[in-house]
Design a protein around this ligand. Structure first.
Ligand code: GLN
Ligand code: ZN
Length: 753
């Protein structure tokens, strides 16, 4: 039996890659230094995996920026606009594609970036066109294989397969699949070079097999793998993030030498695969969750695996469910977690060790060591600490009416109008105002106990007073308190909730050098105390205009955390929703008239398979409604989402039943409103009128124009005026000018109505 890994986190235990990259981008280091530092990271990663007992080391899982971009570079697929300066170094070309700029050379619109299936990782979308010109350059991959071979003779390159690569790309001028033949020539060349370099196993990732593929894409698998000559290579078809049971018939006819199945993401019928697949195939089972932080209960895995091992013998391989890219690196660094909590956890390095433990248990048919190891994982399930009777009782008593506001939108609208008395086309913002360096410094001092709670609160109050005064001067209609007290919209609430823990180093790559450190939801969730009330009440005390309170919604808190695996996600979402709902009730009691519950992450939590979307959207939107339903009709509930792909989930967005929804649209020139028109979005809508990602100040006419377009879709009584998203990454001067112009645009248009 072999144990192998599909990929290891690239960022390094202390985010070494992030810091190396950023030094290089700032011009503080040379390409040689960056390359050396990356080589060090790879070496450490392989050594760690070897030390923990991994046999086949993954190679090619490392990337300076992204592995899909690596695949493009391997095939020499570079969009035309980046081809300008011929003498440029390869590294800068890579960064220019990813970020639009690099230390050397010109600026250029970066390639799009989008979410890697249902993870929080983002990949660089390959741009293909009819004149696709492939020039294989396997130098980098071969060099890394050579590096790895210095540590072990069992190396297994990882390659994103042609069908998934094509599926995930954008193709402007022709039908995507028409490019497959050219692409396959490139892949053939890569396979030839790998075979020539003596590679034995190649991990070929085809995660799109988790989707319900159309006939033509299924056919693409036959075409591709029917045609590719393996040379001496053995191909491990690698799937993850979903079961591929629905494609068994397709898969069994393909000339692979083995398959990797994710046994964690969804139920999968492993025995059916074993029965159906050729008896020469290796069966690699992903039995350790590659996307979560929990220690595996190896005893129960052992019990499932033992009969399979007896049947398969050395044909059985073990691995994490997916690449460990989505796990934090090393639990051993977390010295501040209490002993009990940390005994429940396993990060990438520990997950490798778990596989080694399992292997030895299976080979010796002796479960003593894993029994000892798994004791804390088993203890977690019955721990007092994760159970809160009061919360469980509230959940069990939930009734359908708890998920609904008492009045329908039309009635609420009338009541709110008379309570709020807002002008037509009311102006507002999405919540955050510039999060200046000063604010972050003060918070850091407070966290280090260098200033007292009182001093910190005084400082934040000062910031709130400042943003209120600025908003009044700008002339906005609905004000916000500015979110100066929040580091991050999920972390802030996580720290105030019972059942949530924070780590020091559990970073996971989001894209490029950007990492996130998700909270760990380990137990039943409840609110210790009011979380926002004091700040909002203070802000409201300073102005006669309504101040809109800001909360993060349950689905977003869930999506951006590591979530306990002993409860269905929907139930965890309900628990969070109850806590947020309590905050809503407190705010209402304190006199708040408008509350925004942000849900930017609803879309990202969608399962890989489209047939599972509806079920997810049903509970996700229900959780949102549960958090909002404590608000009486007179309280106006806003929600916000920062993306513009709504067509396929509009029904769910309507189901949120927010009184006002603000969305990102300025970059698409309101194009997305088409979707809203066709399916008649019934409530108030604030399509963003300017892009907050750029420091440019939008001019009045331009915004008047956009708003006029919006009025083709929406009656003026239902249109709000706001930027695309929060302003925390912007500076004050551009923010003030942009909002002044936005207010002028609203006024100009009002005058015409
Ligand atoms: N209220 C948040 C802010 O303004 C919303 C951020 C988001 O949508 N990601 O920063
Ligand atoms: Zn946003």
């Amino acid at each position: 039996m072999q144990i192998h890994n599909l990929g290891f986190p690239r960022i390094g235990a202390r985010r070494e890659l992030k810091f190396s990259l950023e030094r290089y981008w700032r011009g503080e280091s040379t390409p040689e230094t960056l390359l050396t530092e990356c080589r060090e990271i790879r070496k450490t990663n392989w050594q760690t995996q070897l030390d923990e007992g991994i046999e086949y080391l993954p190679v090619g899982d490392f990337a300076h920026y992204d592995h899909v971009l690596n695949t493009s570079l391997l095939l020499g697929i570079v969009p035309e606009r980046f081809k300008g300066s011929s003498e440029e170094n390869e590294l800068d070309l890579e960064f220019r594609i990813a970020r639009g700029q690099a230390p050397s050379g010109c600026q250029c619109a970066a390639s799009d970036m989008t979410k890697w299936f249902n993870t929080n990782y983002h990949y660089i979308v390959p741009e293909l066109s009819a004149d696709l010109d492939i020039k294989v350059n396997a130098g980098r991959l071969l060099a890394q294989i050579a590096e790895a071979r210095q540590l072990s003779d069992k190396v297994k390159p990882v390659l994103l397969g042609p069908v998934s690569y094509l599926y995930l790309s954008v193709v402007k001028d022709v039908e995507k699949l028409s490019l497959l033949p050219k692409l396959l020539k490139g892949y053939q060349e890569v396979l030839n070079q790998l075979a020539a370099s003596g590679v034995s196993w190649l991990q070929i990732d085809e995660p799109v097999l988790g989707l319900e593929l159309e006939e033509s894409w299924q056919q693409a698998f036959n075409t591709s793998y029917g045609q590719l000559e393996k040379g001496g290579l053995k191909l491990l078809l690698t799937t993850y993030f979903a079961s591929v049971d629905h494609h068994l018939e397709l898969i069994r006819a393909l000339p692979f030498d083995g398959i990797h199945l994710d046994t964690i993401a969804e139920q999968t019928d492993v025995t059916r695969f074993i029965d159906a697949l050729p008896s020469s195939w290796v069966i690699s089972l992903g039995v350790v969750n590659g996307r979560n932080v929990w220690k595996t209960d190896l005893v129960s895995v052992y019990q499932t695996l033992l009969p399979l091992y007896r049947r398969l013998g050395e044909r059985l391989w073990l691995a994490p469910s997916c690449s460990l890219l989505h796990s934090p690196v090393d639990l051993a660094q977390e010295l501040k977690l209490d002993e009990e909590l940390s005994s429940w956890l396993a990060f990438a390095r520990q997950k490798c060790a778990e596989l080694a433990l399992l292997k030895s248990a299976l080979e010796n048919e002796n479960s003593d060591a894993i029994t000892l190891y798994s004791a804390p994982a088993i203890a977690r399930r019955v721990s007092e600490r994760i159970h809160n009777q009061a919360v469980q009782q509230r959940i069990s008593r939930l009734q359908p009416e708890d998920f609904q506001r008492k009045q329908a939108f039309n009635e609420r609208k009338i009541i709110q109008q008379s309570a709020l008395n807002l002008p037509l086309l009311p102006t507002t913002t999405i919540g955050s105002f510039p999060q200046t360096r000063k604010i972050r410094e003060i918070r850091a001092k407070w966290r280090r106990n260098e200033i007292s709670d009182l001093q910190y609160q005084e400082y934040i109050r000062g910031e709130i007073a400042d943003v209120i005064a600025r908003q009044e001067a700008i002339g906005l209609d609905v004000l916000v308190h500015g979110e100066a007290e929040r580091n991050d919209m999920v972390e802030y609430f996580g720290e105030l909730l019972e059942g949530v823990a924070f780590t020091q180093f559990a970073w996971v790559q989001s894209y490029g050098s950007r990492c996130v450190k998700p909270p760990v939801i380990f137990g039943d969730i409840s609110r210790k105390q009011a979380m926002t009330l004091e700040w909002i009440n203070y802000a409201q005390s300073l102005t006669a205009k309504p101040v809109k309170a800001m909360l993060t919604g349950p689905v977003t808190i869930l999506a951006w955390s590591f979530v306990r695996d002993d409860l269905p996600r929907r139930q965890v979402a309900e628990q969070i929703a109850l806590a947020i709902g309590d905050e809503v009730a407190d705010l209402v009691a304190g006199g708040t008239q408008i509350i925004q519950i942000d849900e930017p992450a609803i879309r990202e939590g969608m399962p890989v398979k489209q047939s599972l979307w509806q079920e997810y959207l049903d509970w996700a939107t229900a959780a949102f409604r549960l958090s909002a339903a404590t608000a009486p009709a007179a309280t106006q509930i806003h929600s916000h989402m920062c993306y513009s792909e709504f067509n396929d989930i509009l029904e769910a967005i309507i189901a949120l039943d927010a009184d006002v929804l603000t969305v990102e649209t300025s970059r698409s020139n309101m194009a997305l409103l088409d979707a809203f028109e066709q399916q008649a979005y019934p409530n108030d809508l604030g399509p963003g009128v300017y892009d907050i990602h750029s420091p440019n100040v939008p001019d009045v006419d331009w915004m008047v124009n956009l708003l006029a377009k919006a009025l083709d879709y929406l009656p003026p009584e239902r249109l709000w005026v706001n930027p695309d998203c929060g302003l925390k990454t912007r500076g004050w001067s551009e923010t003030t000018s942009a909002l002044e112009n936005m207010v002028l645009a609203a006024k100009a248009l009002r005058a015409q109505l």
